[in-house]
Design a binder for this molecule. Structure first.
Ligand code: PLP
Length: 385
């Protein structure tokens, strides 16, 4: 099987990640912070190690500002529902995932929050003049660093500069689902208030893991959206105010977090720049190989522009789901078809409501595999004629 669905979740995971998960189930089998014995202490150390590793990766000076979640979806809900109050205004972009759009829509309904949308061009790049205007009129800005539909990588330093220079200084929230582990991000230098991400995509960690890295400003402010046992201050019925306990209630996913720590070490060892450059090369090869094939339309930025290893395309006269089924059935190419949970992005690139076929590479994808995938795509195109 040729796995080209890394944007959904990376696979296979590094052996060190699998080993760390297995070892944690064995030697860190206690409940962290909730037992006075070695197994609980080892579990607590797993959490601390991972927090420190993520803080190092994302340049967060206080590891307690790294809050574990089950992924980007939980992180976005935590940040937005814990921060945005009745009648505030929030801007996002026309490239957002439903992990952002659905919580924002419900805040619109339940808290009268007004939503503004920054438009993007046909390749998915945000209109930064429009963004500069919008930030002066909103309480928060949420932007997706890289699109899971087109691979478009936004100019985060430029966006950060616009936010930092604005008079209004709205909360700056970044959906890093497709970039943490791939693109170096310095949270404090960029003035990001919340960087939300999953562990199972570019970071190469297990599913059900992720975190929110909070900047010092928002760390003071964000209220818990989930309350419960933290293993600390058990005498009080109010949620503790300290981080990370304020935002982390209930027994954590210790084996997953141990795997995530190993994943951070792995991507640091291989090097983020190295991983990103391999993925860009592979997707460039794929683009060039299938571009110009009759009946194929490619979307998103061409090679050479800022992008990740995601490529969306369509075959004229064929439904994306049929193309994906043929790629899987006849050629064992695993990919994804449809809207990829990002209907707004498809409206932007003109592929709503049927969507696209999406191929997404990992750093272990080889040139031969790309050639194989390209041949499969061309054969499927001919099958439809
Ligand atoms: N945001 C983007 C841009 C994504 O690509 C995804 C997942 O595909 C998410 C958010 C949601 O991530 P998760 O399902 O891990 O919570």
């Amino acid at each position: 099987m040729l796995y080209l669905d890394h944007a959904a979740t990376s696979w296979p995971k590094p052996p060190s990640v699998i080993k760390a998960i297995t070892e944690a189930l064995d030697s860190a089998g206690g409940n962290p912070g909730r037992g006075s014995h070695a197994l609980a202490d080892t579990a607590a150390r797993c959490l601390t190690n991972c927090r420190i590793s993520l803080a190092r990766l994302l340049k967060v000076s206080a590891p307690e500002r790294v809050v574990f979640t089950s992924g980007t979806t939980e992180g976005v809900n935590m940040v937005l529902k814990g921060t945005i109050t009745q009648g505030q205004t929030v801007a996002s972009s026309s490239m957002e995932h439903n992990a952002v759009m659905r919580p924002l829509t419900s805040l619109g309904r339940d808290r009268g929050v007004e939503l503004r949308t920054v438009s993007a061009d046909a390749e998915g790049y945000l209109n930064l003049d429009e963004l500069a205007e919008v930030v002066e009129a909103v309480d928060a800005l949420v932007v997706c660093h890289a699109s899971n539909v087109t691979g478009t990588l936004q100019d985060l330093p430029r966006i950060a500069e616009i936010v930092a220079r604005s008079k209004r200084r709205p909360w700056f929230v970044v959906d890093g689902a497709q970039t943490v582990g791939l693109v170096p991000i310095d949270l404090e230098e960029l003035g990001i208030d919340a960087l939300v991400f999953s562990g199972h995509k570019a970071l190469l960690g297990p599913m059900g893991t992720g975190a929110v890295a909070l900047g010092p400003r928002l760390a003071e402010h964000v209220r818990p959206w989930l309350e419960g046992g933290t293993g600390s201050r058990s005498e009080q019925l109010e949620q503790p105010q300290e981080l990370p306990e304020r935002l982390e209630s209930g027994t954590p996913n210790t084996p997953g977090i141990a795997g995530l720590a190993a994943a951070v070490e792995y991507v640091e060892r291989v090097g983020l720049d190295e991983i990103a450059s391999i993925e860009r090369e592979r997707i460039g090869q794929l683009w060039e190989r299938i571009e110009g094939t009759e009946g194929i339309e490619l979307y998103g930025p061409p090679p050479g522009k800022p992008r990740t290893g995601v490529l969306s395309f369509n075959v004229s006269g064929q439904h994306p789901a049929d193309v994906a089924a043929a790629l899987d059935g006849a050629f064992e190419v695993a990919c994804r078809a449809g809207l990829h949970c990002a209907p707004m992005a498809h409206r932007t690139i003109g592929t709503f409501p049927t969507g696209t076929v999406r191929l997404s590479v990992g750093h272990l994808t080889t040139e031969e595999e790309i050639e194989q995938a390209a041949e499969a795509v061309c054969s499927v195109t001919e099958m439809g004629e």
